[in-house]
Design a protein. Structure first.
Length: 211
């Protein structure tokens, strides 16, 4: 069975899950999916200037703050199948808290610095960077999705993503219950798709009529 991956920002302590963007979680799926994560990466990693940002002036302030928010940070795709602490130390996260069955647990609170030993619960919950990020880091997938959808102004299939869907999401979604870009952008995208389809159909009919 292949590993699942998430995109982790070690500096910001944030995480993004590719399946929320319509991609798979396995590395080949992320690399070769028809649904590219490039819009999300471009938004987070851009070194955008004031002159370049005029196109996005009408976006809400929280969305604007996401632009370039990961630029210069330490990022990597973390897999869930192997423990890998070659470049990272769990001890630096031991003051962060997470939830287990409704009760707050402070990661590493039962870490014995003399024995250099972790409890079974810590090993199980955070045995590599993927599981540690899943337990402790902020998941900003939906925030980034909304930012991409709003920035596209109705031109991207990401406006059809249904926030009511949990886990892997369909892109494009023909009938989203809770479209991430709102109903207005969804209508703009749908109308453009219909117009494009009608033009293509007209072209095909013209070609057939000439035969």
């Amino acid at each position: 069975m292949s590993s699942y991956y998430s995109l982790v920002n070690l500096d910001k302590r944030q995480v993004v899950y590719p399946d929320n963007f319509g991609s798979g979680l396995k590395l080949p799926e992320i690399m070769f999916s028809k649904i590219s994560m490039m819009p999300m990466l471009a938004l987070l990693l851009t070194d955008i200037t004031h002159e370049d940002s005029s196109y996005f002036d009408d976006l809400p302030a929280p969305v604007k703050k996401l632009f370039g928010s990961w630029a210069g940070n330490k990022l990597f795709f973390a897999g869930d199948s192997e423990p890998n602490w070659t470049n990272f130390s769990r001890e630096e996260f031991q003051d962060m808290a997470y939830d287990i069955d409704g009760a707050e647990h402070r990661f590493g609170s039962r870490f014995d610095p003399k024995l250099r030993k972790w409890t079974a619960s810590d090993e199980e919950m955070c045995w590599n960077m993927y599981t540690l990020a899943d337990a402790l880091f902020e998941d900003i997938s939906d925030k980034v999705l909304q930012a991409v959808a709003l920035a596209s102004k109705g031109t991207s299939p990401f406006v059809t993503v249904d926030l009511a869907e949990l886990g892997w999401r369909t892109v494009p979604n023909r009938n989203p219950k809770k479209p991430v870009g709102g109903k207005k952008l969804l209508k703009i995208y749908t109308d453009k798709k219909v117009a494009t389809s009608e033009r293509l159909l007209g072209s095909v009919m013209d070609i057939l009529g000439e035969r």
